[in-house]
Design a protein around this ligand. Structure first.
Ligand code: CO
Length: 504
């Protein structure tokens, strides 16, 4: 007679150990992006590949299959919403997916992606796509192999998307994004035709980077980031990575003549960081202690960056502090001119600098191109041309160089295919959650004006962060907001806000 509880403990111990190894790998990767000298690259690639192989081996150990077999039939698995039922459901789903991938493929991919990122950095600096082309071809070949090993019915893009947005389908995402696009295009046109134009040039005045660092850090602290349990460092391409309970790493980059880049980047990563700091510690290392999906993660960053950080109420609180921090740039600026400048809407080349309205069109371009690459309808050699054509089509502009075009994002060099659409899903979830929070908490603007951010943060903590991975993204949205994901809340938010700014 096997003791079911003892078996469950063995399974949980193994999962916690695997999480620990995965976090060690992430620490190597964080170091590579922030501190590592360039010459350390090739050996670091070997280290990361080794760790990825080790993690994969742990996650796919045959005894896990035996334990899961026993446990799935047991009372512990009966209730999907119980702690044990939820953990077992996710561990089983992850195990089934992981065991389909051969060890050699996992190691090849890890190495190709580390070398890919190094090649991407050089290609971007040299503005020379050809330096990166063979790496990207290799990565896509391996990702197609991965999709085949995982299996799919409709498109090889489906199992890749599922890595970041579990349970979501390419077809559903394509439908929601096309509905969003149909509602966005007339809004973008109306804004473009408006005679009211904010002067965004005031954000390109001199904002000393030391002052940017302390002002951004104070804002992150004010909305609730715990710096005893996290750090902020400098990198080429900003990201957040959770290395353990009590260790959340955020990164940013500073440009003296671009205030928005670092400041809204920091708010964005702080939103991610708050999610990780709010995950239930008692479940750390198990699915219940993890985030739901990248879309839900991104909803947290976009909410603090946009719904909160680009609101007029937020700046009624922070603008006097900003004027004190950057007297040369802001001393004689009126708050409405500043508010207009940070909400300037215009088609632009760089995704991470795009405004709240056109941002989703940048995502749509990447979503369409990466589907075509993975489905073998587009060759890597033709990618720069296809990229430029889409920018002309959706945004009416053509990148003057590949560095500001197809080479601007790190994702493909890191093998992250299926990742981009989660940014747009994040915008949609953010708007839907924020509308519900306003319904539950009353006038949020009034609270922001007083510098009170804890009611919203605690609402997010209770309804989203503390739930861990108990529900899928779709279930969570339904539970928290009473409706499934749609483009409507986001369009309502954008139309109302930008209607006022642009006098529509
Ligand atoms: Co993000």
């Amino acid at each position: 007679m096997t003791d079911i509880n003892a078996t469950y403990q063995l399974l949980c111990d193994q999962a916690r150990e695997t999480t620990m190894l995965a976090r060690i790998q992430q620490l190597l990767e964080w170091d590579e992006q922030t501190k590592m000298p360039k010459a350390g690259g090739p050996y670091r690639a070997e280290q990361v590949a080794y760790m990825a192989g080790l993690v994969h081996k742990k996650r796919t150990a045959p005894e896990i299959g035996e334990w899961l077999e026993q446990l799935t039939q047991s009372p512990l698995a009966a209730d999907l919403e119980s702690d044990t039922g939820s953990n077992l459901h996710h561990l089983r789903r992850d195990y089934n997916k992981k065991t389909k991938l051969p060890q050699s493929l996992v190691e090849q991919l890890a190495k190709a992606c580390t070398l890919g990122q190094q090649a991407w950095i050089e290609a971007r600096q040299a503005d020379d796509f050809k330096k990166f082309q063979p790496n990207l071809e290799e990565i896509i070949r391996l990702k197609r192999e991965e999709a085949t090993a995982l299996g799919y019915e409709k498109t090889p893009y489906d199992p890749l998307l599922d890595d970041y947005e579990p349970g979501e389908s390419t077809e559903n995402v394509a439908r929601i994004l096309s509905e969003l696009r149909d509602a966005l295009v007339p809004l973008v046109q109306a804004i473009a035709e408006s005679s009211q134009r904010p002067d965004a040039s005031l954000l390109a005045r001199s904002y000393p980077t030391d002052a940017q660092k302390s002002f951004g850090t104070e804002a992150a602290r004010a909305i609730g980031f715990d710096f005893n349990a996290g750090r902020l460092d400098v990198t080429a391409h900003p990201f957040m990575t959770g290395l353990g309970p009590g260790d959340v790493r955020m990164t940013t980059r500073y440009d003296e003549h671009a205030f928005s880049d670092a400041f809204f980047g920091i708010l964005h990563e702080t939103g991610h960081g708050l999610y990780d700091q709010g995950l239930p510690r008692e479940h750390y290392g198990l699915p219940l202690g993890e985030d739901v999906s990248l879309g839900i993660h991104e909803s947290q960053s976009r909410m603090w960056e946009n719904q909160v950080g680009r609101s007029r109420a937020f700046w009624e609180h922070f603008f006097p502090q900003a004027q004190a921090a950057f007297p040369a740039a802001l001393k004689n600026v009126a708050i409405d001119d500043f508010y207009g400048a940070i909400n300037d809407v215009r088609p632009s080349l760089i995704r991470v600098e795009a405004d709240e309205v056109t941002y989703n069109l940048h995502i749509l371009i990447r979503f369409e191109l990466e589907q075509a690459l993975i489905e073998d309808r587009l060759q890597v050699a033709d990618l720069p041309g296809a990229w430029n054509e889409k920018y002309e089509h959706y945004l009416g502009i053509t990148p003057p160089s590949d560095a500001d075009g197809v080479l601007q994002d790190v994702h493909w060099s890191a093998g992250l295919f299926g990742y981009f659409p989660t940014y747009a899903l994040g915008n949609l979830y953010a708007a839907q959650f924020f509308a519900q929070a306003e319904g539950d908490l009353g006038d949020l603007d009034k609270q922001f004006r007083q510098g009170k951010f804890s009611p919203l943060r605690e609402w997010l903590r209770k309804n989203i962060h503390a739930q861990g991975r108990r529900y899928t993204a779709a279930q969570l949205a339904l539970r928290v907001t009473g409706s499934t994901l749609s483009h409507e809340s986001l369009i309502r938010h954008l139309a109302s806000k930008y209607g006022k700014i642009y006098g529509l």
